[in-house]
Design a protein around this ligand. Sequence first.
Ligand SMILES: *[C@@H]1O[C@H](CO)[C@@H](O)[C@H](O)[C@H]1NC(C)=O
Ligand SMILES: *[C@@H]1O[C@H](CO)[C@@H](O)[C@H](O)[C@H]1NC(C)=O
Ligand SMILES: *[C@@H]1O[C@H](CO)[C@@H](O)[C@H](O)[C@H]1NC(C)=O
Ligand SMILES: *[C@@H]1O[C@H](CO)[C@@H](O)[C@H](O)[C@H]1NC(C)=O
Length: 392
Amino acid sequence: MSIMGSLTHFATIVFLLSWLVSIQADELKTSQKPCDFQAIFNFGDSNSDTGSMSAAFFPAILPYGQTFFHEAVGRASDGRLIIDFIAKHLGMSLLSAYINSIGTSYRHGANFAAGSSTIMRQNKTYFDGGTPFTLEIQIQQFNNFKTRTAKFFTQANKNSYRAHYPKPEEFGKAIYTFDIGQNDIAYVLSKVGKEDSQELISNIVEYFSKQLQNVYSYGARRFWIHNTGPIGCLPVSMPIHNVHHNSTLLPGYLDQNGCVNYQNDLAKDFNKKLKDEVLKLRTVFPNASLTYVDMFSAKYELISNAIKSGFVEPFEICCGYHEDGNHVYCGNKATINGKEIVTKSCNDPSKYISWDGVHYTEAANKWIANQILNGSFSDPPLPITHSCQITH
Ligand SMILES: *[C@@H]1O[C@H](CO)[C@@H](O)[C@H](O)[C@H]1NC(C)=O
Ligand SMILES: *[C@@H]1O[C@H](CO)[C@@H](O)[C@H](O)[C@H]1NC(C)=O
Ligand SMILES: *[C@@H]1O[C@H](CO)[C@@H](O)[C@H](O)[C@H]1NC(C)=O
Ligand SMILES: *[C@@H]1O[C@H](CO)[C@@H](O)[C@H](O)[C@H]1NC(C)=O
């Protein structure tokens, strides 16, 4: 056979093989019907808070919410969050905060996430930047929600509850989503040089695991767990907004995108330990599906490809004043060097990745959601619609 002939032959075999492999992958995804999720229960921090802190403490104000809701709704963005795109993708209405008592429906689940939340217990009040709604409390709120709705459904007039609450049998089939840890990493960062970061992170992940086991004991079986994002790429961490922070001159302090390496390294340590823990939980709970979603990589991909994806540079901030190390957060006012600073949003938030220096814009959240929903950042790599399949 000529060289060309065998190359063609070889190419045909490779083609056939890859065709077979792709058939198998497709079969894995579509041989089973999509999961019958009827509800979402979400736990987390400001990355997925849809109104908890705003309902519990001071009401949120514009320009937060301006893009999609045209009013402040307690989301830390100009519009929708990743959890909103998840709900939409699963054909459900947007999740209401559990604590928001006014005009809310919980037909498709409830959201317990609250801004500033941590996995670990806090030693701070609201006025020091803390929240009482740590993960452990959020799970007790869920427990309360489940117990009380079950009680309603045993009552004679249960039909009046059907429109507003999940049915008792829907809890075991619901998807339980988690996005928490960023504020715990921020705490570890504040202790660098004073305490052993590795030990702090191990304790945090262990406590996270304990809470996952708690929510399992309350009936959760389908887990969708986000790891933590690249905290060192948040514009407020970037030296460009902190000119007095002169460690920027040290080699290796920044990566090629201008993100702070040692901060991202702590987030990566957390993620590695979290993934190990999720793998361990699969053996403890053979009947549960536990999806680990690499949010760090999805967000980092956006930051690395900002311009190519139609965004401005990733360190640009749409709303807020962050110059010369002075930070005035979006929605606030301050006087700096005798000059009054009133923060406003930029003309076109859809061009920005960062909304306020800490949180992402709706446009960025949508981009990230599109990446993660089909399972390309998940372990196992199943689309969210099929993530209840047990592959272990
Ligand atoms: C908690 O706060 C108290 C009072 O401010 C302080 O003395 C204590 O060291 C703090 N503990 C931790 C673990 O941060
Ligand atoms: C870095 O910071 C130190 C202390 O704040 C200061 O003394 C020093 O001049 C700074 N170096 C540069 C290159 O800015
Ligand atoms: C897993 O589910 C099956 C079928 O529902 C049940 O028979 C079995 O006891 C469960 N195993 C565990 C470890 O819960
Ligand atoms: C998932 O969706 C993203 C964004 O549309 C796309 O780039 C990627 O190739 C998709 N991955 C898979 C495995 O379908």
